[in-house]
Design a protein around this ligand. Structure first.
Ligand code: SF4
Length: 421
């Protein structure tokens, strides 16, 4: 589509058929940052604050105000009014569309990655080397009531579902409002909720939601070695994190996702291979790979891109899971450059095949149980459990009694040989 010259027009002069530049994040996104509500947060890129934390805290924010602020940014981007436009002006998410297809009235309605992003607190129980908040000592408690903001839209019937909601922070498991906010998102059927927890603190709320497959849990593990984990996270937390991940795994969820953030501290073969083996044990449902965000550097280092490609290839080969690129939807030029370099690095590694052709063990990675019990076997075991768990048995053969020990032994020597559990 040719760019249309809107020179001399104001927002109110636009016709439905006019070609304009708009972004779904500006139209319907709401990212809850420390400073207030932004249309998006994409790694190093934070779009402008449309409603400040102070305006929400004092109750000055209204539905009409939010819609008007979105319109103001849109007008500035289209040269219809004055105003600051960075970083949107150079973002790949800014698309040419007909004005009739632009709508600023809603929160949500499409699963935009990082379009609803909860991080209006940054308090955490770890100090990651790659976390900008931790490194700058900007660990703050919750800054405002984000549900009050969502209620502005809910009360006028403009809160929509079908969203992709990133619940990050900070660490959700230590965030006192976490259960209340999660309940609100689920009760209002707002869409897919992705909880980013480091798993250092076991959360019953996370466990229960995982068990019912109501949330996706993403945990960055970044290595399979306790020593590297300590360097990356600022404490000897690794064994506890692994224990909690096993508990979450045992919830039976299909939504446990594990992540590798690649930094200059864990770009080693030891970290790579230990992580791959840990994945074979933990059996995540998805794998994510993310480069350390270059907050101060102009681009992602070439070494990181090369490492990501190699890790990607080996994970796919040995676990049978094709990893996801965590930053694939980031639209800033810095990230577009990374996407292109990663594609090239992946092409190269898949051409070279460092593991060789014979290394096709993905079928062994998650083997089916060696023994599949027959229906008769299952019925016998179920009957045995019923009898063993009955009050009558507990009266006749009390727990710990000699009679109970004899009965167990008799079972093992007879039927137990045929019908083991
Ligand atoms: S930075 Fe990009 S994605 Fe974010 S609001 Fe601006 S144009 Fe949209």
């Amino acid at each position: 589509m040719m760019e249309q010259d809107l020179h001399g027009k104001r927002l109110d002069d636009l016709d439905p058929g006019d070609l304009v530049k708009s972004c779904k994040y500006i139209e319907m996104g709401s990212c809850f940052s420390l400073e207030g509500i932004r249309p998006c947060v994409h790694g190093t890129i934070h779009s402008r604050v449309l409603v400040t934390a102070e305006e929400i805290r004092t109750g000055a924010a209204t539905y009409d105000m939010v819609v008007q602020r979105r319109k103001n940014l849109f007008a500035a981007l289209n040269g219809l009014a004055d105003g600051l436009t960075d970083p949107c002006a150079t973002c790949a998410h800014l698309k040419q569309v007909k004005y009739k297809d632009v709508n600023f009235e809603y929160v949500g309605g499409e699963p935009l990655p990082a379009g609803l992003n909860i991080q209006h607190y940054t308090e955490c129980n770890q100090r990651c080397s790659y976390c900008d908040y931790a490194q700058k000592d900007r660990m703050f408690k919750v800054q405002y009531n984000m549900l009050g903001y969502l209620d502005l839209f809910r009360k006028v019937g403009k809160l929509r579902g079908n969203n992709w909601i990133d619940f990050s922070g900070g660490e959700p498991a230590i965030f006192p409002e976490f259960p209340t906010i999660l309940r609100y998102l689920l009760d209002n059927k707002m869409g897919t909720v992705v909880v980013y927890s480091n798993a250092l603190l076991f959360s019953q709320t996370i466990y229960d939601a995982l068990k019912e497959n109501r949330i996706i849990l993403v945990t960055s593990l970044d290595t399979g070695m306790a020593s590297s984990y300590k360097k990356l996270r600022g404490g000897s937390f690794f064994p506890k994190v692994i224990r909690n991940l096993i508990r979450y795994r045992n919830s039976g969820t299909k939504q446990l996702w594990l992540k590798y953030v690649v930094t200059e501290l864990n770009r080693t073969e030891d970290d790579l291979w230990s992580f791959v083996l840990a994945m074979l044990a933990l059996r995540p449902d998805r794998l994510l790979i993310c480069p350390d965000f270059p907050y101060t550097a102009p681009e992602v280092p070439a070494e990181t891109t090369k490492f990501v490609a190699r890790l990607w290839y080996i994970l796919e080969k040995l676990t049978g899971i094709t990893p996801l690129d965590y930053v694939s939807e980031f639209g800033d030029p810095l990230w577009l450059k990374y996407h292109a370099s990663l594609k090239q690095a992946l092409d190269e590694v898949y051409q070279k095949k460092p593991l060789g052709d014979e290394c096709k063990i993905e079928k062994l990675a998650f083997p089916p149980p060696a023994f599949a019990p027959s229906p008769l076997h299952r019925r016998v075991i179920a009957a045995k459990r019923r009898v063993w768990g009955s009050d009558l048995r507990k009266r006749i053969l009390p727990v710990g009694s000699a009679g109970e020990a004899r009965a167990r032994q008799a079972w093992r020597r007879t039927f137990g040989r045929l019908f083991s559990e």
